[in-house]
Design a protein around this ligand. Structure first.
Ligand code: RRO
Length: 311
């Protein structure tokens, strides 16, 4: 029997595949669709202190090789998502979940995380350090000093299982510097990667999306090599207690297999889920199981992180 079950921290999941934050997770209705699918979990849209309408439309466009977005952090406010995951956890049949959060300032982030700390929520929290699309707000995780300061402060009061959503890094020195910071903290996971920030896609002579004169986060096929490199770079550098969630360019079983081979314990689907809908989890799960069966692997631990090098 081939199984795609996995664990993150002390939480068990019947399937290692789930949505990526931002896709199918804005409303209770969308989240309920992921809950009812074969996905092992869901993560909520990144919630801020107050609800936000986000950037003007068009703000998300699919193209043959992926997507571009500048949503601008539209969300119903963190309390909306906190209430939903807290409600679901009362049902013993419920999957464990991820609550994605960030403030528009460090102060706001701490205010939100303190409220989550005081709440009855017992699941996982993902702190989004990598939103590329709020005009005037740089991606936090590209500023190592600010990142270290925020995490230092967070872990003075936050004791629930916490991970961070990272942007892609593109230099070996940055992998080294980022990992040295993350290894100082009791993080449960890091999630690699968010969209590649501030790309530009053009149709004829015009940009595809309205905000920021067309600049937006790139997802899909374009980003798989970058995502795999980030998953593996952090798998090589982080202490074993910090697990890796792999996100970026997953649309079939082979892509999920590669993320796990690079070290991912859980794999998220963003652009392809947006394009195909929640039935994608049936297809990708079956494709992943078929590859595992062909290779004689029964669990994802049989090959996780076991990427071969050429000597
Ligand atoms: O809402 C967004 O524009 C957005 C966010 Br918060 C994020 O983390 N990543 C992304 O591609 N878009």
């Amino acid at each position: 029997m081939v199984s795609t079950a996995t664990k993150i921290g002390n939480f068990s999941f019947t399937n290692c595949l789930m949505n990526a934050a931002g896709v199918y997770c804005m409303t209770r209705e969308e989240l309920a669709e992921i809950e009812a699918s074969t996905a092992g979990s869901f993560v909520t849209k990144t919630g801020t202190l107050e609800a936000r309408p986000g950037n003007p439309e068009p703000r998300y466009v699919d193209v043959p090789l992926g997507s571009i977005n500048s949503m601008g952090l539209p969300n119903n406010g963190f309390q909306y998502y906190l209430d939903y995951v807290t409600e679901l956890q009362e049902n013993p049949e419920s999957k464990p979940h991820f609550l994605s959060l960030v403030g528009l300032s460090p102060e706001e982030t701490h205010l939100i995380l303190k409220k989550v700390q005081e709440s009855d929520y017992k699941g996982l929290v993902e702190l989004n350090l990598s939103c590329p699309n709020v005009p005037g707000k740089p991606q936090i995780a590209y500023d190592f000093e600010t990142t270290e300061t925020i995490l230092t402060e967070v872990f003075t009061y936050f004791t629930k299982p916490l991970g961070i959503k990272l942007p892609p890094y593109f230099d070996i020195v940055h992998f080294d510097q980022a990992a040295a910071i993350f290894n100082q903290f009791p993080l449960t996971f890091v999630n690699c990667v968010n969209s590649i920030g501030n790309g530009l896609l053009i149709d004829d002579e015009t940009v595809l999306i309205k905000p920021k004169n067309g600049f937006g986060g790139i997802g899909g096929d374009y980003i798989k090599p970058t995502a795999l490199a980030n998953v593996h770079a952090f798998y090589q550098r982080l202490k074993p207690e910090i697990q890796i969630i792999g996100t970026g360019g997953v649309k079939n079983g082979r892509d999920a297999f590669e993320h796990i081979l690079c070290g991912a314990s859980m794999v998220q689907i963003g652009t392809a889920l947006q394009q195909e809908g929640p039935s994608i989890f049936d297809r990708v799960t079956e494709e992943l199981k078929e590859i595992m069966a062909e290779k004689g692997y029964q669990t994802i631990e049989d090959f996780r992180g076991k990427l071969n090098y050429i000597h």
